[in-house]
Each structure stands twice: as structure tokens, then as C-alpha cells.
Design a protein around this ligand. Sequence first.
Ligand code: 5GP
Length: 114
Amino acid sequence: MSETIFSKIIRREIPAEIVYEDDDILAFRDINGQAPTHVLFIPKRPIATLNDLGDDDANLVGRLVLAATRYAKAQGFAEDGYRCVINCNRDGGQSVYHIHLHVLAGRQLSWPPG
Ligand code: 5GP
């Protein structure tokens, strides 16, 4: 797949406020936060969309979600609640084609989405 801005963030070629990192995952604050906390958890391996995941990625996806839940607990908003979202393609509202798990917290979020 072609590179996105997130590959540059992974390589530290452009700045981002990184809040979590391990061998396979990076998390950083969204540049256009939609809630008091808005963090993106991404695999370091560039996978364009949810549709590009295969069986071999099950562990990676699970670890992405677990990293987000650990972050929620560590930051103290797990009990109040939060939202995890992965947008896919045009109708899902995806704008960066490198899978990312949005974690939004710190205010009451409306549902259903517009
Ligand atoms: P999507 O619409 O693809 O689900 O979400 C992409 C997200 O990436 C958006 O919320 C957008 O604000 C965020 N984003 C886009 N470019 C950058 C950037 O250069 N730095 C950071 N930190 N976030 C970005």
C-alpha cells in the first residue's frame, strides 16, 4: 500500500504526541481531537483498512484493543467510559488509509453517529 502520514509519525519524521509504544503498536493524540481524550492506536505495520486484515492478524488486532483498554484504565477514564472506533473506507468515514483505533473519552458521546 502507499504510505500515509502515519508511517512518517512511526519513523518520527513528523511530530506527534506519542502516549504508548511497543514493538508492534504506536498510540498518539489525534491532531484534531473530538473529545478531551482522543488517541489513535495503530499497528506499526501499515495495513490500509479493516478489509485487508487476515487470519494472521487476529493477535495484532487483539493487542491493539487491549493496549487501548489498558490505556483507558491507566488514564482513569475506563469506569466513566469511552468509545473505540475503526472507520473503514468511504462510507465509514476513513481518511487515513493505515488502520487506526480511535479512543475517545472525557465527555458524553452521542449515539447514533451522524
Ligand atoms: P479516520 O477519519 O481515517 O478514521 O481518522 C483519521 C484521523 O487521523 C483523524 O481523526 C485526523 O484528525 C487524524 N490525523 C490526520 N493527520 C494527522 C496527523 O498528521 N497527526 C495526527 N496526530 N493525527 C492526524
